[in-house]
Design a protein around this ligand. Structure first.
Ligand code: SF4
Length: 186
């Protein structure tokens, strides 16, 4: 840029010329050239941050079928456009190269992880639940009918929403498990 041009854009001179000291006088050519990183998205989907039970609203920007950015949703009555650092980084949940996408299993006393297909893993879990319930079922305790198992417990996480917790409670109660908890305390 020619020296005259540079001096004429000097913020002090621009303020003396009456430009807003916190607005136009503080803007540089580089600032004006910056574009929002969401500008070239093909579509925007409304979603809810999955990290905790606050449930902040998110806008998920997509280009060529891939998530390119996640921002706070100003229209959310919960968060009004804000996201905490976890929510701001939630794009990595789907795009980070280190994301685990396969079931891993380590056998009792095993030292290595084995890859399993999801159907096999689900069958293994179901087998263990059925067997544990059968082996630990209590029909009576101290002369009272209890019809329960103390061999199965559930500890939920803060990412579970109301509906998921409702379904889990239904499932565990139907199984006769009474130790059902959630670590969320917010
Ligand atoms: S993790 Fe942060 S952004 Fe996500 S719902 Fe909780 S408070 Fe909101």
């Amino acid at each position: 840029m020619a020296q005259g041009g540079w001096i004429s854009r000097w913020p002090v001179l621009r303020q003396l010329r009456g430009e807003n000291a916190r607005g136009s006088a503080a803007r540089s050519a580089r600032t004006d050239a910056l574009r929002p990183r969401t500008e070239d998205a093909d579509s925007v989907a409304r979603s809810v941050c999955p990290y905790c039970a606050v449930g902040c609203g998110q806008l998920v920007y997509v280009k060529d079928g891939r998530v390119t950015q996640i921002e706070g949703d100003p229209d959310s009555p919960i968060s009004r456009g804000r996201l905490c650092p976890k929510g701001s980084a939630s794009k990595q949940l789907v795009t980070h190269p280190g994301r685990q996408t396969q079931v891993l299993y380590r056998r009792p006393h095993g030292t290595e992880w084995e890859s399993l297909d999801l159907e096999t893993a689900m069958d293994m879990i179901a087998d263990r639940v059925v067997r544990t319930r059968r082996e630990t079922w209590q029909q009576e305790e101290g002369g009272k009918v209890v019809r329960r198992t103390m061999g199965i417990a559930s500890l939920g996480g803060a990412t579970l929403d109301n509906e998921e917790n409702y379904l889990m409670k239904k499932l565990y109660t139907a199984l006769g498990a009474i130790q059902v908890e959630n670590q969320a305390r917010i």
